[in-house]
Design a protein around this ligand. Structure first.
Ligand code: SF4
Ligand code: SF4
Length: 195
């Protein structure tokens, strides 16, 4: 007799993962009843491999590997549309953010271009105290391997004053505050790495 194949979800259930997501996001995912409102409002659903309500379902079921290895968490734009649509006031975008951080800490390969952009963005803020758009665009273009992809947009944006050729110079206090944020982040990551 043919026995249908099934997945034993209980065997894959990771309680420590469920607790960590709840702790880091501050959200009680037990109240999610899978209505799908978050997915219905997500402009990126068509590019996701797993719709956002199902990502939350994976967390509810403690399916750590599937949740942390999905593409969707890297493509989420943190636009908050899902959060505003949730009838149970779940901060869905925050959960996606937490999963992205967890995936990176756990060594899951992120979407290459997303990682390149994020790294370039943070490097620009760390260096200049705020974003320097032209520098960011140049570094990202090189890292992405498509140096001329958006080059045609540059002159028009410069002419309209949307871009500055030189970095803005923030006040010393603003620079010190931004540097403090990076220091606190590195200290936190160091603490977690030592645990
Ligand atoms: S909108 Fe809220 S309750 Fe509905 S599926 Fe999404 S997270 Fe769950
Ligand atoms: S925050 Fe992310 S998951 Fe939520 S609607 Fe926006 S892109 Fe979709």
């Amino acid at each position: 007799m043919h026995t249908p194949q099934s997945t034993n979800l209980d065997a894959l259930r990771d309680q420590a993962f469920m607790d960590a997501v709840a702790r880091e996001s501050g959200q009680d995912l037990k109240s999610c009843y899978q209505c799908g409102n978050c997915t219905a409002g997500c402009a990126y659903s068509h590019d996701y491999d797993i719709p956002v309500h199902q990502v939350l379902r994976l967390v509810q079921l403690g399916q750590k590997e599937r949740a942390l290895s999905c593409r969707s968490i890297w493509l989420c734009a943190t636009c908050q549309a899902c959060t505003t649509r949730c009838p149970n006031n779940i901060q869905v975008a925050t959960v996606m953010d937490v999963l992205r951080h967890m995936a990176r800490r756990a060594g899951h390969a992120p979407e290459r271009l997303v990682k390149s952009f994020t790294d370039s963005f943070l490097a620009s803020v760390a260096r200049h105290g705020r974003i320097f758009e032209v520098g960011l665009a140049a570094v990202f273009a090189l890292k992405s391997g498509k140096p001329l992809q958006d080059a045609c947009l540059g002159p028009a944006m410069l002419l309209r004053g949307k871009l500055a050729l030189l970095p803005h110079e923030p006040s010393a206090q603003a620079k010190a505050e931004v540097a403090g944020i990076f220091e606190r982040y590195r200290a936190q990551v160091g603490k977690e790495g030592a645990q």
